[in-house]
Structure formats: C-alpha cells, structure tokens
Design a protein around this ligand. Structure first.
Ligand code: URP
Ligand code: ZN
Ligand code: ZN
Length: 462
C-alpha cells in the first residue's frame, strides 16, 4: 500500500514549495505536481494548507537508562511512541556501559532493549573509561557495528566521568577513525567539591543542584575539550549546551575553522532557574545536568542558533517520575535522578517559540531538528530530508490552532512535564514512519517492534 500526500508545503533545510509526495515500500518514491494514486489501496492525505517536514531526528535520548540508582521512566516502546506523537521518527540513544564495562555488552543490551521500539533508532557509544582494548573497540564499533559516534562525560564523577588522559586517548582515536566524539562538558571534579560543601551546610533542596554546577564549570569544560580536540584533530559535538560561556567557547574555535558542532535543548532555551524554587519539592522535576540556567543564558543560546554556532536542537529525553524516582533526593539534591522528558514536545515548542516568534524560518527549523543531526551523525540522506529514495518518514503539520502542554495528556509515562501549561501553535496531523501512518489526528497507530536499528557508515570522502 502506498501513501499519497497531496498539496502540502514541503519544507526542507534548503527549500519550501507546494507539491505532492508518493511513498511506497517504505520509501519516498516521487515528488511532483498532480501525482495520482498508483493502487486502489493507496491512502490519500489532503495536506492543503499544511506543512510537510521530514521525519525529525532527535540526536539525544536516554530510553530506559540505568542511572543514579534507578532507570529512566520511558522504555524504548513508550519513548519512541512519544517521539512519533511529537513528529520524531528517528532517535539516537546512548549505549552507556558502567565504568569499566564492556562496550559490546552495552551495545547488545541496548539492542535488546530497543527491539520493542516503534521508531527507528541508532546508538552513540559512551566511553566510560580507557583500557588497552578501547581503541580497537572503537574501531570495531565504527567499522563492524555501524556505531559511528561516541560520547564522553567530563562530569558524573565516580560514575560515567573520564579524566583528561582518557579523554585525550578517545580524541586521538576518534581523529584516526574519522568518527564524531560528543561530550557532556561540565567539570565533574569541582562539582563534587561544591556538592559536598552545600550538603555539609544543610543546603539539600533541588535549587542547590543548580548552584553546585555553575555555568563557569560548563564553559571551562567546553573550552578544555575543544582545545584538546583541536590538538588531536578530532571532529566533535557538544551535547546539551546551556550557557553563554559554552557558546562563546564554541564560536571562538569555529572561527578558526575547527570542526566542532553544538547542540542545545528546548528546556535551556525556554526555562530559567526559577523553576527550581517550586514548592513541595516540585523543583526536583527540573533537576538535570547541566542545570537550567539563570535568565539571560537562554537568549545567548537563541543567538547561538541564529548566528550558526549551534547546529542542532535535541531533547536529552531522560524522564524520571516525581513519585518514587525524583523523591529519592528529597533530603539530598545529589540523589535526585538527573533528567526530564522532552521528545514529545520538541517540534511544537521550537515551531512556536523559534519560528512563530521570528527567530528563524521553517527551513532552519527543519535543519536544526532533522537535517543537521542526520548529517552530523551519518544518517543523511536516508533520514533528515524529503527526497526520492529517502525513508518515507514525514510529518504533516497543521499550523492552525493552539494546544497546551500537559503531563495529563502525554504519551510519555512520566508524571510531570517540565513545559506544563505552555502554549504550542499547531500540531502534527499525520506522522508517517517507514511508509506507515503511525499517528493521525491524535491517534497513535504504532506497533511494538516496528522500529529498526540504523547501522551507520562513515562517508567515503571524509
Ligand atoms: O540530566 C541529564 N541530562 N540526564 C541524562 C544524562 C545526561 O547527562 O545526558
Ligand atoms: Zn549529559
Ligand atoms: Zn543526555
């Protein structure tokens, strides 16, 4: 069965035009005017007055991540269903071995967990230590397993954090292999000292989480990482950037031609640190790392997008329930599991507060949410654009109307939504993934296990 989308305004990172799209066998077969049904069974979507985007790519999620003594609340089935409801048809999740753990054990575990996904997925591999075999492990990941990107953490001391010597070896190896190395850039050593000091002073509430990890420590770690990446000659990507210092550090090296990319997330653009003050421990719902920053940093991030310093907007989707999970840190902010949901809301928020406010146009939005993540992480042009031969992953977006975000009506299992009460303009009317209509007018039609593992390849001509 094929799908014929009629008269929508197709938006790519480069172009916008009104045309029809015919999809069959899970691929976009044709784009043109006056396309006709090719079989009696073909489904027709009238997209007049609506926008048609490529299925979005979220380069940063954590489905069922074991972290801080618990596991993130959305599993691969539910989390990818939430993604589909929000127009995201591909996620790149992080396989994270415990410190000292085997990367192939982690990869197998993540592959097993992800078998129930309803949307396509790829994995970044986290390097949580450096051993004699790690360079060879990286090579095998890239050349045999289709895992072409890695991540290191410069924070979470005693858990995922690596030291500068380990970082250096990861950078050198990434440069040799030509793959991308991502980083969580905060200075975990200093954070640990600040955490201990605050707790000893009886400062245990959620707001002290943010005070224990000031933006200076993100700026420092970002600049250090970029300096070492430059020496090593590695292509790098900085995840979840939150602050002016980090944007400035990235902009500075980009001006010299260094191949370094930056990602931010809607929460850092749209919220400020006053959320941590909410009564009844509600501030815990907003505890994540790096933390949501004081007013002003959000504007620096919007400018970073507008000037091209930041290339992508991911979500860092990593929800924890208020009840039973966030509550673990009621008497000690260091025990509040870090993270929040976002995969379901990224498109609506960025369309509303990025495009409709005039900060950037629809083409740039598609670039930020789909094309650039697909390009940087070697999924393009199968993913991230609307072109014949690409996977039939498409979002038909009705720009009319307004909805209000609420945890009460979300697909994510989480009992909180950090964007609760925010108004969003328009909504997806149809989400097509792998050539099937998986979401229609609020109705999810996903099937457990339909998501596919995306084995990636480095481009030949790098
Ligand atoms: O608080 C966060 N961001 N939790 C998820 C893990 C990470 O650091 O990305
Ligand atoms: Zn992180
Ligand atoms: Zn993350």
């Amino acid at each position: 069965m094929g799908i014929l989308i009629k008269n929508g305004e197709i938006i790519t990172a480069k172009d916008r035009y009104i045309a029809d799209i015919y999809c069959t066998d899970g691929k976009i077969a044709r784009i043109g005017t006056d396309l006709q049904k090719e079989s009696a069974k073909d489904e027709i979507i009238d997209a007049s007055g609506q926008l048609v985007f490529p299925g979005l790519v979220d380069p940063h999620t954590h489905m069922e991540l074991p972290f801080m003594g618990t596991v993130s609340a959305d599993d691969f089935e539910n989390g990818t269903a939430a993604a589909i409801a929000g127009g995201t048809t591909t996620i790149i999740d992080f396989a994270i071995p415990p410190r000292g753990g085997d990367v192939f054990d982690a990869l197998n575990q993540w592959k097993e967990k992800a078998k129930k996904a309803v949307a396509d997925y790829a994995f970044h591999m986290a390097l949580t230590g450096w051993f004699d075999h790690t360079a060879e492990d990286m090579r095998r990941c890239v050349q045999e397993e289709g895992v072409t990107s890695f991540k290191v953490f410069l924070a979470y001391k005693g858990a995922f954090q690596i030291d500068d010597g380990e970082l250096w070896q990861a950078l050198e190896t990434a440069a040799k292999l030509g793959c991308v190395l991502s980083v969580h850039a905060e200075n975990g050593d200093v954070i640990l000292h600040l955490q201990k000091k605050l707790i000893a002073q009886g400062k245990t509430a959620p707001k002290y989480h943010a005070l224990s990890r000031p933006s200076t420590l993100e700026g420092e770690a970002t600049a250090r990482f970029l300096a070492l990446a430059r020496m090593a000659g590695a292509e790098v990507y900085i995840v979840h950037m939150t602050c002016r210092e980090a944007v400035d550090a990235l902009a500075k090296v980009q001006r010299t031609g260094q191949k370094a990319h930056g990602e931010t997330c809607p929460q850092y653009l749209l919220l400020d640190d006053s959320v941590h003050e909410k009564a009844d421990f509600e501030g815990a719902a907003y505890v994540m790392s790096p933390p949501i920053r004081p007013r002003g940093h959000g504007e620096a991030l919007w400018q970073g997008i507008q000037t091209g310093t930041l290339q992508t907007i991911g979500t860092d989707h990593c929800p924890f329930m208020q009840k039973g999970q966030k509550e673990m840190g009621r008497d000690d902010f260091t025990k509040i599991p870090n993270g929040a949901a976002g995969v379901e809301n990224r498109l609506g928020l960025i369309y509303t507060y990025g495009v409709r406010t005039g900060r950037f146009d629809l083409c740039r939005m598609v670039d930020l949410l789909a094309t650039a993540p697909a390009r940087i992480f070697h999924l393009y042009p199968r993913k991230g654009t609307v072109v014949p031969g690409a996977d039939a992953d498409l979002v038909v977006y009705d720009p009319a109307g307004e909805t209000v975000i609420t945890a009460a009506r979300q697909v994510s299992k989480c009992d909180r939504n950090i964007f609760e009460g925010m108004k969003v303009k328009g909504k997806p009317s149809h989400v097509i993934a792998a050539g099937r209509i998986q979401y229609k007018d609020g109705d999810l039609r996903v099937e457990r296990g339909n998501g596919r593992f995306l084995k990636r390849q480095l481009p030949q001509n790098r």
